[in-house]
Design a protein around this ligand. Structure first.
Ligand SMILES: NC(=O)c1ccc[n+]([C@@H]2O[C@H](COP(=O)([O-])OP(=O)(O)OC[C@H]3O[C@@H](n4cnc5c(N)ncnc54)[C@H](O)[C@@H]3O)[C@@H](O)[C@H]2O)c1
Length: 424
């Protein structure tokens, strides 16, 4: 297997997650160039991979001008930059590992897909959950025919209080108009992708959805709450107190402190305290005027009559994803965070009619990567894919990632227009 040369466009959290595979697997991959418009991110990532100055680029223009030779570019820019950067990289002939969501509308999605086909470059989308031992083993069980034909699927994604506040109320995905992605596209294009991948004996045919922001609103602010948490009389009781979350837990520090303009490891406690008095990260979650939904339900009808539902809600004290698939010969039930699922079937041996439960525990397959080890497993498969190995059942080629995105676009149309939406 040849060692893969990677360039990183967008050296934030995700770019570094994927690139770090080259540090843990130096025989398989190396980072040869980095590009970021933010000088702090560019320097820290360039230093991490010990790159010379001429392999550090402060814009995509400079990167493209230099004609860097590599096997693929990890495109981990933020959502609104995906369309433009992906298109330019395709035109320049680069294969890409592209962060999800690809883009926020079907026309742009098809345009990028067609352009990639025309130029003969591959685009793999970072639907990391497909690569987790949990979902991959469920897919394998379906492929092995254990539950027969899929009749229905129920999926839930419950986003935890802290993560929801961090990223979707205070953070960079909190407003659809700014980020370009709603809750479903941002958080659940993984789930709609899983839905379409697990059920890919067919394709989605129609979608309906309800969703709104109904809890993180001013009416639900505790009595006497102030605009910022640092001087709020409700700080002791409130689950969303910013000082507790950001100074105490210091959850997602690379994200929260980014606005300070230094690498997060160099920021002092005093600087953080001052920042929380002025930044959105210090504001009351109920008083921030943002438009992201905080719950949504989606129903998908597939062409062969099978059906699936997805519920997403922000602010659950016990976060996690669970799945319940009913098939013609059995069912699969499990919760990703448990790393265990059960396959229920019926045995008719010797004229009996007996319930059989097979428990699949994937704990032994877990490493220390985020997203149930999906991040690391994705890179493992991607390096092999770039070497011509097509054996992974998870591979998220753009062609194969279209349906999950189409479900999201249709669900958003349904939610906003109050109608059900066919998928052509
Ligand atoms: N697969 C997943 O599970 C998952 C999880 C979280 C985020 N994401 C997605 O990953 C992407 C990146 O998220 P993140 O949290 O790493 O964001 P981030 O803000 O930490 O990193 C993005 C980086 O891109 C840089 N950048 C922006 N525009 C650029 C441009 N035109 N050229 C070069 N650099 C540019 C920014 O300066 C920043 O350093 C987003 O699309 C996000 O939605 C995916």
């Amino acid at each position: 297997m040849k060692k893969i040369k990677l360039a990183v466009l967008g050296c934030g959290d995700r770019g570094n997650v994927y690139a770090s595979y080259a540090l843990s697997h130096p025989d398989e991959a190396e980072v040869v160039a980095v590009c970021d418009v933010d000088p702090v991110a560019l320097k820290s990532t360039g230093d991490k991979y010990r790159l010379p100055e001429n392999m550090r680029f402060s814009s995509i223009d400079a990167f493209l001008r230099a004609g860097v030779k590599c096997d693929a570019v990890i495109n981990a820019t933020m959502d609104p930059a995906h369309y433009e950067t992906t298109k330019r990289l395709i035109k320049a002939g680069y294969n890409q590992l592209l962060e999800k969501p690809v883009v926020n509308n079907a026309a742009d999605l098809y345009e990028l897909r067609d352009l990639a086909r025309e130029k003969g470059v591959s685009i793999l989308v970072c639907h990391v959950l497909r690569y987790t031992p949990f979902y991959r083993s469920i897919k394998q069980a379906i492929l092995d025919g254990k539950i027969g034909k899929i009749l229905t699927m129920e999926m839930n994604e419950h986003v935890g209080t802290v993560h929801f506040a961090d990223s979707f109320i205070r953070g960079k995905w909190s407003d659809e108009d700014v980020c370009g992605s709603g809750l479903l596209l941002q958080k659940c294009c993984h789930d709609t992708d899983l839905m379409c991948w697990l059920n890919n004996a067919t394709v989605p045919a129609a979608v309906s959805s309800f969703g709104e922001r109904a809890f993180f609103t001013e009416d639900n602010a505790p009595e006497g709450a102030t605009e910022f948490c640092y001087n709020c009389p409700c700080a002791g009781e409130c689950l969303y107190n910013a000082q507790k979350i950001h100074l105490g837990l210091d959850n997602l520090p690379f994200q929260t402190w980014r606005g300070i303009g230094k690498h997060y490891t160099e920021i002092t406690r005093e600087e953080k305290e001052v920042y929380l008095r002025v930044s959105d990260y210090g504001r009351c979650v109920f008083k921030l005027k943002r438009n992201l939904a905080d719950r949504q339900m989606v129903t998908v009808r597939f062409r062969n009559g099978s059906m699936a539902t997805l519920t997403v809600v922000g602010g659950d004290v016990l976060p996690g994803r669970d799945i319940n698939i009913v098939g013609s010969k059995g069912k699969i039930q499990g919760r990703m965070e448990d790393n265990v699922f059960h396959i229920y079937t019926i045995s008719r041996e010797n004229d009996g009619y007996k319930n059989v439960t097979e428990t699949v525990d994937v704990t032994a397959q877990l490493g220390d990567g985020r997203h149930g080890n999906g991040d690391v497993c994705l890179m493992h498969d991607y390096v092999r894919y770039l070497n011509g190995d097509r054996s992974s059942i998870s591979i998220t080629a753009l062609d194969d990632s279209v349906n999950g995105h189409l479900c999201v676009y249709a669900a958003e149309k349904s939610r906003k227009e109050g109608t059900f939406v066919p998928i052509d």
